[in-house]
Design a protein around this ligand. Structure first.
Ligand code: ZN
Length: 240
């Protein structure tokens, strides 16, 4: 079945789509936040208690991201978006903070948990994409990463964009996320209210997923995403 026939497509991505890039995962088994010291630094309170350590830690993540490339799954989504008919809505909603969707060429990306590519100043609210080198300083203070730390709210504009995308979607695909925990489980329920086709592409299909999704496919994102979003039908040659 050709996914390009849908007119309003929302795609949710989680850590599983970036896994093969070589980045460590955050939550889940073996994730960075299973280390109590690192988990403490990912909490909003740590910004007050040990700002330098928080900024250093996230700057090291930012440096790690520079060294990796988008995966075949990221690239397949970007290529799919490129060939959609005019007027089709295609919104990526990502829980990842690595910026790899944008680097692969995706245009409509809502970063639900912010991005390590952007840093902001608490003093004057300036936000920028710092160049390589040392961690950025603004107004005489260390800038903080524009990511959602534990204890912080989802940014209002991201929340609004997600609800907008889900309101009318006729196809919802969750990739590299269990699909059964928040916020993914809420998103799939909203898609269900619209009567959307709901697909889960994930390494493991957890209990409960089959009740939420109309179909579940187990496998690596790099296999499943090119398979489902690849241009399996050759496009008509251009008329000259
Ligand atoms: Zn400033």
């Amino acid at each position: 079945m050709d996914l390009a026939r849908y007119r309003n497509i929302a795609v949710l991505t989680g850590a599983g789509i970036s896994h093969s890039a070589g980045l460590p995962t955050y939550r889940g088994a073996g994730g960075l936040w299973t280390d109590p010291r690192l988990a403490k630094l990912s909490d909003v309170n740590a910004l007050v208690e040990d700002r330098a350590a928080v900024c250093d830690l996230f700057w090291s993540f930012r440096r790690a991201i520079e060294k990796v490339d988008p995966t075949p799954a990221h690239r397949a989504l970007a290529a799919f978006e490129d060939q959609l008919p005019r007027g089709t809505k295609f919104q990526i909603i990502t829980q990842n903070v690595d910026g790899l969707h944008q680097r692969s060429g995706s245009k409509n990306v809502c970063e639900f948990h912010g991005s390590l590519c952007r840093w902001r100043c608490d003093e004057c609210t300036t936000e920028l994409e710092p160049p390589d080198g040392d961690a950025p300083v603004h107004c005489g203070h260390r800038m903080r990463p524009s990511v959602v730390l534990f204890g912080e709210m989802i940014p209002t504009d991201a929340d609004r964009a997600v609800k907008q995308a889900l309101r009318d979607c006729d196809l919802f695909v969750a990739i590299g996320t269990s699909g059964t925990v928040e916020p993914a489980s809420s998103l799939v329920r909203w898609a269900e209210l619209n009567g959307a086709r709901r697909m889960l592409l994930n390494l493991e299909i957890f209990d409960g997923a089959r009740a939420l999704f109309t179909e579940c496919h187990a496998g690596a994102a790099d296999d499943l995403v090119p398979q489902w979003f690849g241009q399996r039908d050759a496009r008509s040659p251009a008329v000259s």
